[in-house]
Write a protein that binds this ligand. Structure first.
Ligand SMILES: [Fe+2]
Length: 323
């Protein structure tokens, strides 16, 4: 049986095919880099090994019984092995640091977005963590999880393109103002268009205001036409908004928030995903909504360690490594 959301991977695969030439050139560059760095070192050590043998033969004639090629191999291997292990550890540390720096940069960007928009800095981190937990609960294909996580962090990045007057306007928006505000998903998609991110990240940004009944925006997609990442995200985004403090109201308690969301089952929210969410809502409320901000980053890093083994993320890290 196909895993939830697997069909959406076809879009990503299409995108990766068009990207194949770039990937090939990345691979070539890495090999070139390795050959240029390793071959001269190997050459130097082989010459050094040969020189050592010559010295031994000249000054210790009794060692003439030693098989020359075997001895050269032994000397070079003994010298090279620790060097290769040290280099590999350095490269690995560099890759891990880059991956962490990449995530931290995304978190910084998401905090910057939140600063412009009355939302708390932690909102983006909380919805990213909850989206991943909900994805696991509904059995979403785990290859889609890194994209979902990044998309959740950056879902409102397009608000950068909305004026402060409109973004911070108190009270209700006029119809034309609402239309302009809704364009944040289009701005967000344009901002991320050239970024090397998993496809799911853009799907969250572009479709997180679609509604299950087709009355959302920007395209009015309905039901399964809405990417699963965006359907999942809509649930956790609303839950976090309801259970968070807002200038105009107190946070709702868990039961009140779930009752409010129940009214929108099948209209705003995917009924199956909402059902799955209700089974984990209490745990998320205790572990994500009601915890101090420092615990959120720790939880986010744990999720990254677990799910960022996906090949597209590896390719991002490699691209950054050779730039
Ligand atoms: Fe939004």
């Amino acid at each position: 049986m196909p895993t939830e959301g697997t069909s959406w991977l076809q879009d990503d695969e299409e995108a990766s095919r068009t990207d194949a030439r770039l990937r090939q050139s990345v691979r070539r560059s890495i090999w070139k880099m390795l050959l240029w760095r390793i071959l001269p070192v190997v050459g130097v050590f082989v010459l050094l090994g040969l020189a050592i043998i010559e010295v031994i033969k000249r000054y210790l004639p009794s060692s003439g019984t030693v098989q020359l090629p075997a001895f050269v191999l032994l000397v070079t291997v003994v010298i090279l092995c620790p060097l290769i292990i040290l280099s590999a550890r350095k490269v690995l540390a560099l890759v891990v640091n880059l991956e962490m720096a990449h995530l931290e940069l995304l978190v910084v960007l998401s905090k910057a977005i939140a600063q412009r928009d009355n939302a708390t800095e932690e909102h983006n981190l909380r919805v990213a963590i909850m989206a991943v937990h909900l994805a696991i609960a509904v059995g979403l294909d785990r290859r889609l999880i890194p994209g979902l996580f990044i998309g959740a962090l950056l879902h409102d990045v397009g608000k950068i393109g909305i004026s402060d007057t409109l973004l911070l306007k108190p009270g209700k928006l006029m119809p034309e103002e609402r239309q302009e505000m809704e364009r944040h998903v289009v701005h967000g998609n344009a901002i991320l268009a050239d970024a090397t991110l998993p496809g799911g990240a853009r799907r969250v940004v572009q479709y997180h205001h679609e509604r299950f009944d087709g009355n959302g925006y920007p395209e009015g997609r309905k039901g399964a036409e809405i990417p699963p990442e965006a359907r999942l995200f809509a649930i956790v985004d609303t839950f976090d908004a309801l259970t968070s403090n807002r200038p105009y109201r107190q946070p709702l308690a868990l039961e009140e928030a779930l009752d409010t969301m129940e009214f929108e089952r099948g209209t705003h929210f995917d009924p199956d995903y909402l059902e799955a969410f209700k089974t984990i809502a209490q745990a998320l409320y205790n572990r994500v909504v009601r915890v101090a901000p420092e615990h959120l980053m720790k939880q986010a890093l744990e999720l990254v360690k677990k799910y960022y083994t996906d090949s597209s993320m590896k390719s991002i890290v490699l691209r950054k490594l050779i730039k």
